[in-house]
Design a protein around this ligand. Structure first.
Ligand SMILES: Nc1ncnc2c1ncn2[C@@H]1O[C@H](COP(=O)(O)OP(=O)(O)O)[C@@H](O)[C@H]1O
Ligand SMILES: [Mg+2]
Length: 239
């Protein structure tokens, strides 16, 4: 869609894509690999039509996705700045899960699979599988969910389990240094409130979701060690 090189100021960069500002109202999300963004764009349009808060999609071709530019902090940054909003933000994340899981998946959305390639729990809901505070932007029209590349169809509890694991085991080196030192308590409080408010239980899915995350290429050794511990505990309490 655009030639190589930066089409505008770089707004954000993640595991798989760079996000450039095209104008005050539009961004370009460009995969760094030969990944096709058109299915992701189609899902985002489907979710918007179902009333779910996602960025408006303008165009998609090859690795490029042009969408509405959101203005506002992401929920993780806001938690760092205003920790007294932990209960409110945890409830918002739980609501975003519940609302998403009431939407039936569109035909063609791939099934969520475990590390061994078999279906992860069954179910017909749309799962984001990365619905955590860094993927929620707090805008004037309310919270909006980004980063739909990993969305699949499956059991709602699997999505809750994935968020739980990401919240509990992710390295915190992207946070400001002062926050890294004090993160343990607020993180536990946030997770506790999220789990209390969300509709579906993560526990039947925690061990299999941990194995998925362990198998992902971007998961770091320290994170794998924490995931293994949680998976072991989950398997022991199930068996
Ligand atoms: N529609 C958008 N408007 C404004 N900023 C965005 C938008 N989409 C993504 N970003 C910025 O780019 C970052 C990475 O985007 P994301 O889709 O989460 O990619 P990744 O898969 O690499 O995590 C986000 O954290 C956010 O700062
Ligand atoms: Mg992201």
């Amino acid at each position: 869609m655009w030639s190589a090189g930066a089409p505008g100021p770089l707004l954000g960069t993640g595991r798989t894509a760079d996000v450039f500002a095209l104008s005050r109202d539009r961004v370009l999300r460009r995969y760094r690999f030969a990944i096709d963004a058109t299915a992701e764009a189609e899902l985002m349009r489907y979710l918007a039509a179902a009333g779910y808060p996602v960025p408006h999609v303008y165009d998609a071709a090859g690795p490029d996705l042009v969408m509405e530019r959101l203005h506002g902090p992401d929920m993780l940054a806001d938690l760092g700045r205003r920790p007294w909003l932990i209960p409110q933000h945890a409830r918002t994340l739980a609501e975003l899960h519940d609302r998403l899981h009431r939407i039936s998946a569109p035909p063609g959305l791939p099934v969520a699979v475990g590390a061994d390639g078999t279906a992860l729990g069954g179910g017909t809901a749309v799962l984001h599988l990365g619905l955590h505070p860094a993927n929620v932007m707090l805008t004037q029209r309310g919270p909006v969910v980004i980063d739909w590349a990993g969305a699949r169809v499956g059991a709602p509890g699997a999505d809750v389990a994935m968020s739980y694991l990401i919240l509990m085991t992710s390295d915190t080196d992207l946070l400001p240094p002062w926050l890294r030192l004090v993160i343990w308590w607020p993180r536990a409080a946030y997770v506790h409130r999220f789990l209390a408010a969300v509709g579906d239980s993560p526990w039947p899915h925690v061990a299999s979701a941990a194995r998925v995350r362990i198998a992902e290429v971007n998961t770091r050794p320290a994170e794998i060690a924490r995931l293994l511990k949680i998976a072991e505990r989950a398997a022991a309490s199930a068996g």
